[in-house]
Write a new protein. Structure first.
Length: 495
């Protein structure tokens, strides 16, 4: 599937399905108006008849309008002008995409115009169209024995004014890079725990490095981690037959010596809870506990495809969390790479245990910023549901850079307080700290735990427990979320 820019007048465009917008109350957007004029009032007659009112994401498919080259025209409702938010724009594109997929055409064209999203320009509209469309076409069928029906769609054109051609081209290119990153991230997330092990993730990193000359990969084995004193990370893999891996992905798009931006991903390829075993219902979804890692993969793939001019280091803390005779037990005390000791009161709070050592490790890169991404707490789902990613940071400038990036990329986060007042919930009678802080403010106390390992640099934590995948039901699966936010954050750092 490819995206193209077209500057041909809408009524002359040869396509199997041309998408144009209708505002609330039947108002014709500029492209629809041009079609209406060429077609001798064909569209306005249909609106007058009441077949479409222009409510948001409403659709009406028309065949062969006289005077127009397109085989079909898809009218899509844009809603009221003041309600055309980013989220609404995505819903409109999704609605159009569903119709286009259902009629199985091999090409289609969009002319929604800048009025389809308020306060957004041609770059944003083109990019978001590509991201949304690609995401809608995403399938995960590699583990089904029969291939699903192939996607017939080969090309989607975006119609723009001539003076917007370059901006739209950039939007398409960056949208495709981010969409490809999301697709990689979703694939890794959707793969089951028996395929996607820490070793598999390490191989995927090598693969990424093989695809991009600018990426180098180093994989630390358990013996290396032991030598570094990573007693906390290794306490999580202790019960597993799969060896833990610390995967370092180095993207050197910037000048040598420029401080890198570091992304640290939680890569628990399956979280049983360990000896503090989880209950059985929906435990299969704990294969998604490596989605933080997957978002690091997806983001690095996206920035490599965009060729961003900066240095980025991705670090993946990969392990399984399993019960066994060798597993860590509640009450066990371990020593982290930082020298601080941790009383493990609950082996199911394992994400912070692998992240803390990875966060100590990345200090050696003299980072410009460190962002960790993790499916860390069920409490984050209680607080924010599946709409917003939780954000906590030791630096308000960094927090606001990430919030702004998420807003622009339609992959939003919401900040929670990281006040010192919460730290006492981690007090332990027997070690420097406990690994859990009780039921209240579970997302915050998890971040408090991490903050004890990130004092040397600007750091933010993204809790994607609610946003990384859709639970249960028909659309169960990984979302690729945080790839758009992180990609945007890095795009903004190059400006
Ligand atoms: N991976 C889970 C968090 C999680 C749970 C994400 C459900 C998405 C859905 C994490 O390792 C975990 O088990 N956290 C515990 C922490 C608790 C023991 C302090 C949790 O949230 O229950
Ligand atoms: Mn857990
Ligand atoms: Zn977990």
């Amino acid at each position: 599937m490819e995206f193209h820019i077209s500057t041909i007048p809408t009524q002359q465009l040869e396509t199997e399905c041309l998408v144009v917008g209708i505002g609330d109350g039947g108002e014709l957007c500029p492209a629809a108006k041009a079609l209406d004029e060429a077609g001798g009032g064909y569209i306005s007659a249909i609106i007058k008849a009441g077949d479409i009112t222009g409510k948001k994401a409403e659709t009406l498919l028309l065949q062969a309008i006289p005077g127009i080259e397109a085989k079909r025209t898809l009218l899509v409702g844009l809603g009221k002008a003041e309600e055309r938010t980013d989220v609404q724009f995505v819903k409109i594109v999704q609605a159009a995409q569903k119709v286009i997929s259902a009629i199985q055409c091999s090409n289609a064209a969009f002319n929604l115009g800048e009025s389809a999203a308020k306060d957004r320009d041609c770059y944003w509209i083109s990019r978001m169209l590509v991201e949304t469309f690609s995401n809608g076409l995403y399938r995960f069928d590699q583990l089904k024995s029969k291939d699903s029906d192939p996607i017939k769609l080969e090309m989607v054109s975006l119609c723009v004014q001539e003076e917007d051609e370059d901006t739209a081209c950039l939007g398409i290119a960056e949208g495709a890079a981010i969409a490809n990153g999301m697709s990689l991230s979703r694939d890794l997330g959707n793969l089951p725990g028996n395929v996607c092990t820490p070793t598999y993730l390490a191989e995927q990193a090598q693969q990424l490095s093989a695809e991009h000359e600018i990426i180098e990969v180093e994989v630390l084995e358990e013996a290396d981690m032991k030598a570094l004193g990573m007693g906390s990370l290794l306490s999580v893999s202790a019960g597993s037959d799969q060896p833990a891996k610390l995967i370092v992905i180095n993207y050197q798009g910037g000048t040598k010596g420029d401080q890198p931006h570091v992304l640290v991903g939680k890569g628990i390829t399956f979280d049983t809870g360990g000896i503090s075993l989880k209950s059985g219902d929906a435990m299969d979804e704990m294969k998604f506990d490596m989605c933080g890692a997957a978002s690091v993969f997806g983001t690095i793939s996206a920035i490599a495809e965009m060729g961003l001019d900066l240095n980025v280091v991705g670090v993946i803390a990969a392990s399984e969390n399993m019960p066994s005779g060798r597993a860590t037990k509640p009450g066990d005390i371990v020593t982290t790479m930082s020298g601080q000791t941790v009383e493990i009161l609950n082996t199911d709070a394992e994400g912070r245990l692998v992240l803390c050592d990875a966060l100590s490790y990345v200090d050696r890169f003299n980072p410009a910023s460190v962002v960790d991404i993790a499916t860390l707490t069920g409490a984050c789902i209680v607080a924010l549901g599946n709409k917003a990613t939780g954000l906590l940071s030791n630096n308000d400038d960094l927090a606001s850079e990430l919030l702004t990036a998420g807003q622009y990329a339609n992959d939003r986060a919401w900040q929670l307080p990281l006040w010192d007042d919460y730290q006492e919930q981690l007090d332990s009678n027997f070690a420097d700290m406990a690994n859990i802080g009780g039921r209240p403010a579970g997302t915050i106390t998890a971040a408090c735990f991490l903050s004890r390992f990130t004092k040397e640099y600007r750091w933010a934590h993204l809790d994607i427990a609610g946003t990384a995948w859709n639970s249960g039901g028909k659309d169960k699966g990984s979302t690729g979320r945080c790839v758009p936010l992180l990609s945007q954050y890095l795009i903004d750092r190059t400006a």
